[in-house]
Design a binder for this molecule. Structure first.
Ligand SMILES: [Zn+2]
Length: 65
């Protein structure tokens, strides 16, 4: 099963964005790009990106260490 991420799972219920990702670097790149282009976050902070990475890993059944 592919790794997934959806903004709705991160609390952005009005955003229909969802994607699949291969590894964490890919995921972080996609999230940062999405925040800038859609959510108008000029500089996504590590706090925000780390939180969204956690959401994506939870969705994909990956355990955080
Ligand atoms: Zn979004």
């Amino acid at each position: 099963m592919a790794n997934q991420y959806a903004c709705a799972n991160a609390g952005a219920s009005t955003c229909g964005f969802r994607t699949t990702w291969t590894d964490e670097a890919d995921l972080r790149r996609q999230i940062a790009n999405h925040l800038v282009t859609v959510h108008e976050v000029k500089t996504p902070t590590a706090t925000i990106v780390n939180y969204l990475v956690k959401v994506a890993k939870d969705m994909s059944g990956q355990v955080q260490h």
